[in-house]
Ligand binder design. Structure first.
Ligand SMILES: [Zn+2]
Length: 300
């Protein structure tokens, strides 16, 4: 079994990339597999479970999960052999555990992808995630209300922009330094030229042309174990009534401009006023992050 490891910053669309690769025959996207590690499940006090099948999953079976939990596994790459033993039908497992320090550093049969997104997009998600810093509460807040609040907090915006950009810069630096070779994917450009970059990825991975189906990825069978949002149509099936919880981020993605299931993330245009945007763009670490990932600090 081969393994694709997806590295990158939080909110760099590693989940979408995983779901797209999941559409090719023989590929299985497991999402953030580090969430299976005993250290993580102990901290959360709940075992990992398939988002789609719950305990009834044939891929992430209770036996497989029990085997991983019962062993003293510290690093995510140490779970792959156990997974392969239980899932001989899977030719390539896709893991989006993202951070390099979740891996042992041992050599293995890996294809490494690094996902990025324009730092302004990373920051708009991070700002919203850290809304407690601005509002003192973690409750869901409508993007328009959040925009007004950020507009009133210039000093805090400058501070958070610098801190978050620095965190992400250091994360990418560790990834770039430690990986022997990797393919960099700018996920916010993936849809351009009729998904040309994905077609290149197919050639690179040795799969048949147009195996990936970015327009309909949520219609394929999926078994993800942790961390992220599943495609919204699957989510409402799985969560049912609980999906009614007010969440502006989910609402945004349901209405965002899209090519089928591939959503264009432009929520920074809603969250950041021109004033906030200019404060972010003056941040030293934001500019360094843009340079590191080869993005123009002034997005189009
Ligand atoms: Zn499942």
């Amino acid at each position: 079994m081969k393994v694709i490891r997806i590295f990158g910053a939080p909110y760099s669309s590693t989940t979408v990339l995983g779901f797209i690769i999941n559409t090719a025959p023989g590929f299985l996207f497991g999402s953030e597999i580090y969430r299976l590690l005993p250290a993580y499940t102990k901290r959360l006090n709940k075992p990992a479970i398939c988002h789609f099948c719950g305990n009834m999953c044939n891929v992430w079976s209770p036996q497989l999960i029990k085997e991983i939990v019962s062993q003293n596994i510290k690093y995510v790459d140490e779970t792959y052999a156990i997974f392969g033993k239980h899932n001989e039908q899977v030719q390539c497992l896709v893991d989006s555990s993202k951070a390099i320090d979740r891996y042992s550093g041992e050599a293995g049969n890996y294809i490494d992808l690094v996902a990025s997104k324009h730092p302004i997009r990373l920051l708009s998600s991070h700002f919203y995630h850290r809304r407690k810093d601005f509002f003192g509460a973690e409750d869901a807040i409508d993007f328009e209300v959040f925009r007004k609040k950020l507009d009133e907090c210039s000093d805090l915006v400058a501070k958070v922009a610098n801190t978050v950009s620095r965190e992400q810069y250091l994360r990418y630096e560790a990834i770039f330094t430690k990986l022997q070779s990797f393919t960099l994917l700018k996920n916010d450009n993936l849809h351009q030229a009729n998904f040309a970059r994905l077609r290149e990825l197919e050639v690179f991975l040795g799969v048949k042309s147009e195996s990936f189906d970015p327009i309909n990825f949520s219609k394929y069978e999926a078994h993800t174990i942790g961390g992220n949002r599943m495609p919204s149509n699957q989510r409402s099936k799985y969560i049912g009534a609980k999906n009614q919880i007010h969440n502006p981020r989910i609402q945004y993605y349901e209405t965002a401009e899209s090519l089928g299931d591939f959503k264009i993330d432009d929520k920074y245009r809603i969250i950041f006023s021109p004033k906030t945007l200019s404060i972010v763009q003056k941040s030293t670490w934001y500019r360094r992050l843009c340079e590191q990932l080869s993005y123009n600090p002034w997005p189009n």
